[in-house]
Design a protein around this ligand. Structure first.
Ligand code: FAD
Length: 462
């Protein structure tokens, strides 16, 4: 980067909001994906803009001076989405962290992209309102990152994903122009749906600087139950049975023996180590309906072969179970240092077949693949436990990953339910979209970002 460009960038955000020391830059050369930290990904500087105008001026300069920008929230994505190329500029949106308005009457909220998801949820819940999307990373992920990835979470079974709550966005386009998409109304068909185009675009089409979301009323009551199964097949079948019986649980999380034992080693909360699998289920609604739903679901679980069901006795015990579930990824890191956690997703009724495929792939390649995930919406996270120092094991991991993708696609699934494509899956994207579909995506990218300056490594830039 030319010295005058560097000085202009420092001038835009102020010198106290720039990082350039190598040890600082290293912290922005990786994310939560298994891609190892590598000097090849060292950015030349990290900028922390304060508002959309600063973002716009930086983007304008990128077009003039020809540098690449990687937008970044908390860097918690697991698909390699915020790992920069060498000498790129990383733009962290964490200073833009204000909740601007919570409109109780219209049940909407306006916020900046750097707001931490859980902090936003806590703020609206104090007012009796509810923002359902709950990635397990909610304690540290940002709302901007959630929108850019279309994050999901355990509650997706009943409440959907981030996309279902975003009404409007302010976006700095790759040209530097600031646009406002969508509307604050519950419905709007004014022109093309640019909000939907931006949600899940992984920082490739624009930088989100303001978000308007819709909110729900906070459910009056909820109940958590755990169903314990003697194999992995039975809970997989139970999921579809519960929905076809007309029940809509808030969450239905599947954990296999590998995860149960890893979590128990880590937190000692009394998970059944002897179980081959458990379903963690939550229902919400009015107090009486919650009891009825829990009883009916427990009955279905028993009919499907659960050896035991157990209802959390109070909110504290339920929260303990959910904290344990959220620590699932962290827990298995104690078994092997590298976790390749996929999120290929299948239609709900195909979960049993998907689980069988994963087990066969693990056996074929002599790998440990733990199975957990948001079973209520078919979003499994087959997690390969590996050690990157073992070259032969990593070769087998590569083969297994591709086989998982191909088999889930054959079940009419998708490469990613919520984690995005990132660097990790970009070479597989054509398997799902086809060459013609990919061509359309690339032409949208070219039309909006002719100089390919925004997050160019996610497979849309070519
Ligand atoms: C332990 C753990 C559990 C997780 N559980 C879940 C889960 O249950 N569900 C789920 O969906 N994900 C989960 N994730 C993944 C991750 O937390 C989500 O993808 C999250 O949405 C990323 O938010 P972030 O702020 O960290 O964004 P980052 O990782 O910084 O960025 C993600 C992508 O968004 C782009 N981006 C970030 N901010 C902006 C912006 N303002 N404008 C435009 N582009 C932007 C980046 O360029 C990048 O492509 C988990 C991760 C971890 C580590």
């Amino acid at each position: 980067m030319k010295p005058e460009t560097r000085l202009a960038l420092i001038h835009i955000v102020g010198p106290e909001h720039v990082l350039e020391a190598r040890e600082d830059l290293l912290c922005y050369a990786y994310d939560a994906s298994p891609i190892a930290m590598d000097p090849a990904h060292l950015p030349c500087m990290v900028l922390f803009p304060a508002n959309a105008e600063e973002v716009s001026r930086i983007v304008g300069l990128a077009n003039d001076a020809g540098f690449v920008i990687y937008p970044r929230g908390a860097g918690s994505n697991v698909s390699g989405g915020s790992i920069p190329d060498r000498d790129a500029v990383v733009m962290v949106l964490s200073r833009m962290n204000r909740i601007l308005e919570i409109d109780q009457a219209n049940m909407t909220a306006d916020l900046e992209p750097g707001v931490i998801t859980e902090q936003f949820q806590t703020a609206v819940e104090k007012l009796g309102l509810f923002y359902p999307p709950d990635p397990s990373s909610k304690a540290f992920s940002t709302m901007g990152g959630n929108v850019a990835e279309c994050a999901g979470g355990p509650r997706g079974a009943k409440y959907g994903v981030t996309r279902d709550y975003v009404l409007a966005l302010e976006v700095v386009m790759p040209t530097g122009e600031i646009i406002h998409t969508g509307a604050r109304t519950m419905k709007s068909v004014a022109g093309l749906d640019l909000t939907r185009l931006m949600v899940g675009s992984e920082g490739t089409l624009g930088i989100i600087t303001r978000i308007t979301v819709r909110l729900l009323a906070l459910p009056a009551a909820k109940k958590t139950l755990m169903a314990i199964f003697p194999d992995l097949e039975k809970p997989s079948q139970t999921v579809a049975k519960i929905f076809t019986a007309g029940m809509v649980p808030t969450t239905m999380e599947l954990l296999d023996k590998t995860f149960i034992n890893a979590i128990e080693d880590y937190r000692q909360i009394g998970l059944p180590r002897e179980a081959e699998a458990i379903l963690l289920i939550e229902v919400d609604g009015e107090a009486e309906s919650v009891d009825r739903q829990a009883d009916r679901i427990a009955e279905i679980c028993h009919q499907q072969g659960a050896t035991r069901t157990q209802v959390a006795k109070d909110a504290a015990e339920a929260e303990e179970l959910w904290i344990a579930r959220r620590s699932a990824f962290a827990s298995v890191c104690r078994i092997k240092p590298n976790i390749i956690g996929e999120d290929a997703t299948v239609p709900r009724a195909a979960i049993p077949q998907a689980v069988r495929e994963v087990q066969a792939i693990a056996a074929r390649h002599n790998l440990t693949i733990g199975v957990m995930g948001h079973a209520g919406d078919g979003n499994l996270h087959p997690s390969i436990l590996a050690d990157e120092r073992d070259a032969d094991e990593m070769r087998r991991v590569e083969l297994a990953v591709e086989e998982i993708f191909r088999s889930f696609l054959a079940l009419r699934g998708t490469l990613s339910g919520e984690h995005g494509i990132g660097r990790m899956k970009s070479r597989f994207l054509h398997l799902e979209t086809g060459e013609a579909g990919l061509k359309v995506m690339r032409s949208i990218k070219r039309a909006l970002d002719p100089n390919n300056i925004l997050n160019p490594t996610i497979g849309l830039g070519a």
